[in-house]
Design a protein around this ligand. Structure first.
Ligand SMILES: [Zn+2]
Length: 104
């Protein structure tokens, strides 16, 4: 699992190809994520206290992580990451393009 909440991702396949967005949530299991503005679907809300007249709202739907790439905050390129173990045992994600640690 190399994508975390708060990361910026770029969609590499599907309808939203080339869109990017911030990861809002990683779903349990770690195979799907929700990212801001990515994979938007219309949802029909039933009448409730929040939507007294019902509503049609656009909402993000989960996208498989195999369809996205992490955008490196250092070099701003979609990249793969490798894990580099530090002397203290903590694994840092490292960008394969610029070789810098991704600490965000
Ligand atoms: Zn980089």
């Amino acid at each position: 699992m190399n994508i975390k909440k708060g990361d910026i991702i770029k969609v590499i396949s599907g309808d939203d190809k080339n869109h990017d967005g911030k990861v809002i949530k990683v779903l349990p299991g770690g195979e799907k994520i929700l990212a801001q503005g990515v994979n938007m679907v219309w949802k029909h809300m039933k009448r409730s206290s929040n939507y007294p007249h019902g509503a049609r709202i656009q909402k993000e739907s989960p996208i498989n992580i195999s369809n996205v790439k992490l955008v490196c905050p250092n070099c701003n390129k979609p990249t793969r990451v490798s894990f580099v173990k530090q002397p203290d045992g903590v694994k840092n994600r490292t960008c394969k393009k610029c070789k810098q640690a991704i600490t965000a």
